[in-house]
Design a protein around this ligand. Structure first.
Ligand SMILES: CC(C)(COP(=O)(O)OP(=O)(O)OC[C@H]1O[C@@H](n2cnc3c(N)ncnc32)[C@H](O)[C@@H]1OP(=O)(O)O)[C@@H](O)C(=O)NCCC(=O)NCCS
Length: 206
């Protein structure tokens, strides 16, 4: 078996981790690791998120400074960010960000310890998906997941939990996770007083 991938290896050869697909409408999509030169495109993606998308999927900011921070963080800490890039007529745009953290929080570990799914920091990871408003609810998220999980497996991960859980009123995301094999683990109230659901996926099957 190959040793687990590292963030540095992905950053050195991002093209090796790219996947291409086509929407039924003919639009071409590439899923690939975020790269340092993505700052402007990423800033446009963040700035374009609606208030509702920002409520459902929260970032530390929605401006160029946040994009710069994310691009500076490539291969430095615990996060792997995959950009969903749409190819228009000769023009690329980021239309989604799929984020992994290979570091669990103390809060995650404590919450899950009280359930039938105690976490293992060596083989579990956190995941958070965000698509641009115009790309939500078109089946794109579900089509991207197999390639995303393949990358997680190559990092030696066998289970995925939701990053910060999912807001209990985010019915579309909960349906999305359920239909893609996640199980409900429990509920909790986050630091902002919002009711959230913990969900977990085994990458080795049920
Ligand atoms: C969550 C997200 C990544 C899912 O990706 P997606 O491409 O929109 O998902 P899909 O189209 O593959 O699946 C959505 C499913 O939800 C269903 N759905 C849509 N609105 C719904 C609602 N209000 N209630 C219940 N189900 C709903 C769709 O019908 C579809 O299920 P189906 O295939 O059985 O018909 C994307 O919608 C997104 O980025 N949302 C905003 C940010 C967000 O919520 N992120 C998650 C934070 S935890």
């Amino acid at each position: 078996m190959n040793p687990p991938l590292t963030l540095a290896e992905v950053a050195q050869n991002p093209a090796d981790f790219a996947t291409r697909l086509w929407m039924a409408t003919g639009e071409q999509i590439i899923l690939r690791p975020l790269i340092p030169s993505d700052v402007e495109m990423l800033a446009r993606f963040l700035a374009g998120l609606s208030a509702e998308s920002r409520r459902l999927s929260t970032f530390s900011g929605y401006d160029r400074a946040t994009a710069l921070e994310m691009c500076h963080a490539i291969a430095r800490f615990d996060k792997l960010r995959l950009a969903v890039v749409a190819l228009g007529e000769g023009e690329e745009s980021i239309v989604g960000l799929m984020e992994f953290s290979f570091d669990l929080t103390g809060g995650d570990i404590l919450r899950y310890a009280k359930t039938d799914y105690p976490l293992d920091p060596a083989t579990d990871c956190r995941f958070g998906p965000t698509l641009a408003d115009g790309w939500q609810n078109r089946g794109l998220g579900s089509r991207l997941l197999p390639a995303i999980w393949e990358i997680a497996r190559r990092f030696g991960r066998s289970r995925v939990i939701l990053w910060g859980g999912v807001l209990a009123d985010n019915r579309r995301a909960i349906r999305f996770y359920e239909k893609n094999g996640f199980r409900h683990v429990g509920r909790f109230v986050n630091g902002d007083g919002q009711e959230c659901c913990d969900m977990i996926l085994s990458l080795d099957g049920p």
